[in-house]
Design a protein around this ligand. Structure first.
Ligand SMILES: Nc1nc2c(c(=O)[nH]1)N[C@H]1C(S)=C(S)[C@@H](COP(=O)(O)O)O[C@H]1N2
Ligand SMILES: [Mo]
Length: 332
C-alpha cells in the first residue's frame, strides 16, 4: 500500500512493499563498494550514501565499477561538498546565468551520441566516440578543490583520468604549444546560446605543459556517478589550480595549436580574466579581492566565515614550477 508522508506530500511505498530482491541488490552494491578498501570506502561513504538517498542521480559510472579508484589531490582539511550542492549550484552559462539555472535547464542536453574531435598539430588526429574515450585509460577518483573566480569554492570527488593519457595517444607535433578546448554550442538544447552573454562556443585553453600535468583531468563522473548534465556531461576538463572557468564543460573539440588561443572569458573582459587564471590570493580581480573564499556548505550565508585562498588553490607544490620566473601579476 502507499502511505502519504505528511511533510513532503509525496507518496512513498511502504517499506513492506520493497521486494527482498531490491534490498539484497542494494546491500550487495554497498558491500562491493566497501570491499574496495580505503579508496572504495570513500566511495561508500560519499557516493554510496548519496546513491541510496537520491534516486534522481544519473547512475553509476560503468567504467568505475571494474577499476580501483584512488583519492588524489585532497587536502587534509577538505571535506567533500554535499552532492546536492555540487549539482545544484553551478556555472554553465549555456543554460542560464543564475547558479540554479543549469540544474533546472540542462536536462535538454543530449549526451549520446557524442564524440570529441581531436585536431590540429598532432600526428594522429581523429574523432573519439565517447564510449571509446571512457575506456581510453583506467578511470580513478580524485578529490579536488574547485575555486570559482567569483569567490566561492567546493571540494569534489571527480572520476576520470589525466588528460595527458589522451594527449600521448595523439602524438602532438613539436610546434604544438597550446591546447584549445571547444564545447557544445547547440541553440536547440541550450537556451542561452542565442544570447550575447558570451561568445559561443565556450572556449578554453592551456599551455602544453599545463595540459600534460598529471593533475589536469578529463572528467566523466563525480561522486562515483556519471556527471550530471549541469556539471558538464559527458566529458569536461578539471584543472584544480586554476579558477573554475578554465574547466570547460561538455567538450566537443580539442585542438593543438601554436599560438595562445582565445578563451571565452578573456574575450568577454580581457582586463578581468587572463589566459592563465591561476588561483592567486595576491592578485585581485579588478572589482574584488581574491584573498578569501566562501566554501559552499560552510553555512552562515552572507556572514559565513571566509577561508583564506591558497596560492595555486593549494597545489603549489605540484604546479608551482610550471610558472617559475613568470610575473604572475602580468600573466594573471
Ligand atoms: N561550457 C561551459 N563550461 C564551463 C562554464 C560555462 O559557463 N560553460 N562555467 C565555468 C565556471 S565559471 C565554473 S566555476 C565551473 C563550474 O563547474 P561546476 O558547476 O561543475 O562546479 O565550470 C566552468 N565550465
Ligand atoms: Mo567560475
Amino acid at each position: 500500500m502507499l502511505i502519504r508522508s505528511r511533510d513532503s506530500g509525496f507518496d512513498h511505498p511502504h517499506s513492506s512493499e520493497i521486494t527482498p530482491q531490491a534490498v539484497y541488490e542494494d546491500r550487495r552494491r554497498l558491500m562491493r563498494q566497501l570491499a574496495g578498501g580505503a579508496a572504495g570506502g570513500v566511495l561508500a561513504t560519499w557516493a554510496g550514501r548519496q546513491a541510496m538517498a537520491a534516486t534522481e542521480k544519473p547512475g553509476k559510472l560503468a567504467a568505475l565499477a571494474s577499476t580501483p579508484s584512488k583519492v588524489d589531490g585532497a587536502m587534509a582539511m577538505d571535506k567533500p561538498t554535499e552532492y546536492k550542492d555540487a549539482s545544484t549550484y553551478n556555472n554553465y552559462y549555456e543554460f542560464g546565468t543564475d547558479k540554479a539555472d543549469p540544474a533546472k535547464n540542462a536536462h535538454t542536453l543530449k549526451t549520446r551520441p557524442w564524440s570529441v574531435a581531436v585536431e590540429g598539430l598532432v600526428k594522429k588526429p581523429g574523432n573519439f566516440d565517447i564510449e571509446d574515450l571512457l575506456k581510453l585509460s583506467p578511470q580513478e577518483e580524485r578529490v579536488y578543490r574547485l575555486r570559482c573566480v567569483e569567490g566561492w569554492s567546493m571540494v569534489i570527488p571527480w572520476v576520470g583520468y589525466s588528460l595527458s593519457e589522451l594527449i600521448k595517444k595523439v602524438e602532438p607535433l613539436g610546434n604544438a604549444k597550446y591546447v584549445e578546448f571547444l564545447t557544445l554550442a547547440d541553440p536547440k538544447t541550450m537556451p542561452y546560446v542565442g544570447s550575447h552573454v558570451l561568445d559561443w562556443p565556450y572556449a578554453e585553453g592551456l599551455r602544453m605543459d599545463e595540459a600534460m600535468h598529471p593533475l589536469t583531468m578529463l572528467g566523466f563522473g563525480m561522486y562515483g556517478e556519471v556527471l550530471p548534465n549541469q556539471n558538464g556531461a559527458p566529458v569536461r576538463l578539471v584543472v584544480p589550480w586554476k579558477y573554475g572557468f578554465k574547466s570547460a564543460k561538455s567538450i566537443v573539440k580539442i585542438r593543438f595549436v601554436e599560438q595562445q588561443p582565445g578563451t571565452a572569458w578573456n574575450k568577454a573582459a580581457a582586463n578581468e580574466y587572463g589566459f592563465y587564471s591561476n588561483v592567486n590570493p595576491n592578485v585581485d580581480h579588478p572589482r574584488w579581492s581574491q584573498a578569501t573564499e566562501r566554501r559552499i556548505g560552510d553555512g552562515g550565508g552572507l556572514f559565513a566565515k571566509r577561508r583564506k585562498t591558497e596560492m595555486f588553490n593549494g597545489y603549489e607544490a605540484q604546479v608551482g614550477k610550471l610558472y617559475a620566473g613568470m610575473d604572475l601579476k602580468k600573466n594573471f
